[in-house]
Design a protein around this ligand. Structure first.
Ligand SMILES: [Fe+2]
Ligand SMILES: [Fe+2]
Ligand SMILES: [Fe+2]
Length: 287
């Protein structure tokens, strides 16, 4: 480790984490509003790359003795056409590359420099992909299936109901990732990360359901548990799983559409599984 003040490095990495977080949500919003198609899938894959970056950066912050930030940077969401959205994504990648390059110069630790260079190589590929998407969406005059910011096309109750789930899923993704970064227990950390990935699927399914009929997903958290003790984390995670299981069970009874019923039931059954996994882990760590 070099003589550089670790607080200084943590501050830079925190800015990088915020940028990755904003990119993930911006790209997901674009992908969901584009509907099912090759380009949307590729954008979701880019969002998953950004999640990996966030993961590596947060781990590095923990290694330096810091607390990984859950704040999200500025998104540049806007525009009426897919080409405009893709242009904004090019811009976001461009800004990220600029910031990483500054940080690579400023940071002395060779391991962290190497990690940031590794991330930049992905961002360069993403920038290239988004540039290609600008051209392609112009050439094919691609139209979004849903607006990015507009009143939902579904009946308001249904749109509210789906957005309740979307907010919940986004909240637990962040909460489980945060807990997985901070717990020293490797098994707990691995399980939390696995379940966070499953919650990302839930977020995607609900958002697709909503945007299919012109609704707009609201990807905002509802309050994240920041416990630092492993047993406390698991208790909070179990509590949120039980709360959401109850709510999804209520929603299943409330909706008429059989496909939507089946979708929410599938998610609800995953939540029951999460509760059981976390409960077993809590038993183990409490022994
Ligand atoms: Fe990234
Ligand atoms: Fe979920
Ligand atoms: Fe869950």
């Amino acid at each position: 480790m070099s003589a550089q003040d670790s607080q200084e490095v943590i501050a830079m990495l925190s800015d990088d984490i915020k940028g990755e977080h904003a990119a993930i949500v911006q790209y997901l919003r674009h992908a969901y509003a584009m509907g099912e198609g090759e380009m949307a899938c590729e954008i979701e894959a880019i969002a998953r790359d950004e999640m990996r970056h966030l993961d590596w950066l947060a781990e590095t912050v923990v290694e330096l003795g810091g607390d990984p930030t859950l704040d999200r940077g500025e998104m540049t969401v806007g525009g009426a056409t897919i080409a405009e959205w893709m242009q904004r994504d090019v811009g976001l990648e461009q800004d990220a590359i600029g910031l990483y390059e500054e940080h690579i110069k400023a940071i002395e630790d060779p391991k962290i420099k190497r990690l940031l260079r590794r991330i930049v190589s992905d961002e360069l590929a993403h920038r290239h992909d988004f540039q290609h998407f600008v051209e392609k969406s112009k050439k094919e005059a691609m139209e979004p299936i849903a607006p990015l910011q507009a009143p939902g096309g579904k009946p308001p109750e249904l749109s509210d109901m789906l957005n309740w789930g979307i907010r919940h899923e986004y909240t637990v993704i962040l909460q489980y990732l945060y807990h997985s970064f901070l717990t020293p227990d490797e098994e707990v950390s691995e399980q939390l990360e696995d379940q966070a990935i499953n919650e990302m699927q839930h977020l995607g399914w609900l958002a697709e359901e909503l945007t299919d009929t012109g609704g707009v997903p609201v990807i905002e958290d509802t309050g994240i548990d920041r416990s630092t003790d492993t047993a406390d984390m698991l208790r909070a995670d179990i509590e949120v799983e039980r709360m959401v299981t109850k709510e999804y069970t209520r929603q299943i009874e409330q909706v008429d559409d059989p496909d939507l019923k089946r979708l929410i039931a599938r998610i609800r059954d995953n939540e029951i599984y999460h509760d059981e996994v976390f409960t077993d882990l809590l038993d183990e760590v409490s022994e």
